[in-house]
Ligand binder design. Sequence first.
Ligand code: FAD
Length: 442
Amino acid sequence: MAQCYKVAVIGGGTAGLVTAKELQREGHHVTVFEKANRVGGTWLYNPQVETDLLGLDPKREIVHSSLYRSLRVNLPRQVMGFLDYPFANKEGGDPRHFPGHEEVLRFLEDFAWDFGLMELIRFGHEVVRVERVDETCHEWVVESRTRETESKWESKEEVFEAVVICNGKSTEPRNAEFPGRDTWPGLQMHSHNYRTPQQFENKTVVLIGDGPSATDILREIAPIAKQVHQAVRGPNSQLKRLEKHDNAWQHSMIESAHKDGKVVFQDGSIVDADVIIHCTGYKYHFPFLKSNGIVTVDDNRVGPLYKHVFPPSLAPWLSFVGLNYKAVPAVVIELQAKWIAEVISAKLELPKQEAMAYSVEEFYREMEKEGWPKHHTHNLLYNEFEYIGWLAAQLDIRHPNWWENVTYQSVVKMRSHYGDRFRDAWNIDKWMQEMDSPTSAD
Ligand code: FAD
């Protein structure tokens, strides 16, 4: 008979909801702390932006979601659902394979209702401290606060036997650094605070980065901006005009920015710009976690974590879901959640603490040997299927064939094949069928 524990889940986004569902299925007593008043996390669009548009001020009022108003998903909906709960078309919804963000929110809300999760969630409760009761036991104090009035907060402490951290990874901006950044006179913002294009009308905009947000934002502002200059890293970065836009160019990275408004690129080109938008990703941030130095964030490596989930010396009583990127998030999140739930129930066993610690060290050594920088620790670009295959094997799950073929990398390849119009041009059903056939991996 499996043991049941009192478990706190921090966050009611995709990861928190799936984790709560899996823990509940195992019979654990689950409380989800969610600082917003609705589920959805990232998918809860907020037209507000932060007061400090680069997110440098640690005291700023945080806006959680980084969605822009026009956002349509960049992975097909077929890979955004769960094993027993596909992201299917619903009557009155957005039937497209790459729907708008509202459809994802609806899907997550339905998921929460259908699995009876709403009653587990404490809405409007922000966790401000997670700390072990004392160093000899594995109980945790979770301190949360909720607003009583506009200016008054009420705090509460509770003890849990396990804590799962699902607070999201796309809220704390990671900005580009270059000489002159902090004295450059124009407007600078991180894509976290981009919502709509209007304010860029007739402006000369420098956009840093070439991920999905940079690509979407460029496409959206180019028709109304005076000029757009995209600064990208890598061997192919050189000055060239971007196809499909007669006012947009690609450059290498920014060399420096100057008090007269000029931005100098490493390729030697110079532009007089009004705005710089940093589409440069996010930093992991756990301001509430007091682990006495056991878990740290060092150059965007959260560690030490066994398989990106368990700190060896605190396992399984502390865990993380959803840290990985350049992977299909729903698949990774669901498997991590199932693994945690079954390990806490003692249905599955973890290796001994020393063995987990050794495995983490070995992983770090391997990264170093391959020349992978520390900040890529949770990047699954080159080992996504190996990782999800490993998790599925722990759980004895026979996964659908497409898991092996529909990786983040294969989706990106198809996106670049179809270009800007990939969301409407790509025949997803046919592609999924091919990918799901047993011979497609040959
Ligand atoms: P989140 O959704 O961020 O949820 C975290 C939750 O924790 C939030 O509700 C937050 O309020 C809560 N929280 C945080 N701190 C506290 C605290 N201290 N106390 C209480 N609650 C707290 N994925 C896809 O699959 N397809 C896409 O097309 C796609 N597009 C994306 C586009 C953008 C612009 C971004 C930023 C992300 C995109 N993603 C996409 C990734 C997406 O974020 C993940 O798929 C997934 O939704 C992440 O879920 P999460 O639960 O880990 O985090």
